[in-house]
Design a protein. Structure first.
Length: 343
């Protein structure tokens, strides 16, 4: 039983990333009708926002420490981070240690701005173009963004640690009534799941209980009628594009301690997230979230030693097998609207 719980936790961890990216993809498709293949790049940019904040907080100045001498007896030159000179050693070290949570505040306006620029500068010209054109242009944009990141940050993964307070693991075995040390799980992975749940809940609450969200949902159902009421639905959809970009960026920021950022991480998650969207149902927000967690858990169980020994490579193809089965039996996806992706 403890092994099953551990695999479920692993699945929820990875499923959280799938669900957040798929949620943004579905928001864009549901509001604008655009298949955005650059959405994975937004996840990547969010991750590198965390890298940037970490580097800024670790910028240092060379100072002379009179209390320390080198082998010649001269005062020793040391590198002191600016935050430590400004706020003192203890406070400065704490600020640098919490670079990933601080990056959340930094990334939100950055991702909103990038989302607005993408939508106004490029995406709006492809609203009435075939989906194939949308895929080609957004995929090309994703490659451009990927190469820009590679140019400035290099090709190697960049470790971005979690705050020291959350660097350890929690003994969940005691909580679930098992033997101590039966289920040891990293604190940050649990935090990522809780964070994802809060973001997902916040997006659904925003759409469900605010006037802005109600207008957006009405526009998703019947754009022309809402426009005839004198409401500038296009502006609201542009804002939703920015919100979708911010959701992807926040997912990337918080994922950096789990998987060190690299320039191709957006592409790695993009394909799987599109499979998640298709399985959940194109245009269905609950479907995207449900499919994200479901496929994350299935992938986790498929990665166990027993599964990979019984069916070699099953962990690499399980998500695609599920997608094939769902699309053959229910082309609209698990919770998709009738007429979407089916005759």
């Amino acid at each position: 039983m403890d092994a099953i719980i551990l695999q479920i936790l692993n699945g929820l961890d990875k499923g959280s990333a799938y669900a957040l990216i798929a949620l943004g993809l579905t928001l864009i498709f549901g509001t604008l009708g655009v298949v955005n293949f650059a959405h994975g790049a937004l996840f990547m940019i969010g991750a590198f926002c965390a890298v940037t904040v970490q580097r800024i907080l670790n910028l240092s100045v060379t100072t002379v420490d009179e209390s320390r001498k080198d082998f010649l007896g001269n005062p020793l030159k040391v590198e002191t981070p600016y935050v430590e000179t400004w706020f003192g050693p203890e406070v400065g070290a704490t600020i640098a240690d919490w670079s990933v949570p601080i990056a959340i505040l930094f990334s939100i306006p950055i991702m909103l701005l990038i989302g607005f620029i993408m939508e106004r500068g490029l995406i709006k010209h492809f609203y009435r173009r075939p989906h194939a054109d949308q895929i080609l242009v957004t995929f090309g944009l994703a490659i451009v963004l990927q190469e820009i990141i590679k140019y400035f940050y290099g090709a190697n993964p960049i470790p971005t640690p979690a705050p020291e307070a959350f660097a350890g693991s929690l003994d969940l075995g005691v909580i679930f009534g098992f033997d101590p040390n039966a289920i040891i799980y990293p604190y940050w992975r649990l935090i990522y799941f809780v964070f994802a749940a809060l973001i997902i809940g916040g997006v659904f609450a925003f759409l469900q209980f605010t006037t802005f969200g109600m207008v957006v949902r009405a526009g998703m159902a019947d754009r022309e009628t809402v426009g005839l009421l004198g409401i500038n639905i296009d502006r609201r959809f542009t804002i939703m594009f920015g919100i979708a970009a911010a959701v992807a960026g926040l997912a990337g920021v918080m994922y950096t301690p789990i998987n060190p950022p690299n320039y191709h991480m957006g592409m790695d998650f993009l394909v799987l997230s599109f499979v998640v969207v298709v399985v959940g149902g194109m245009g269905s927000l609950p479907g995207a979230v449900l499919a994200g967690f479901l496929l994350g858990i299935l992938e986790s169980f498929a990665s166990t030693t027993w599964a990979t020994t019984t069916i070699p490579g099953i962990n690499q193809i399980i998500i695609y097998l599920v997608a094939i089965i769902v699309l053959l039996t229910r082309p609209r996806g698990l919770m998709g609207r009738k007429g979407v992706m089916e005759d």
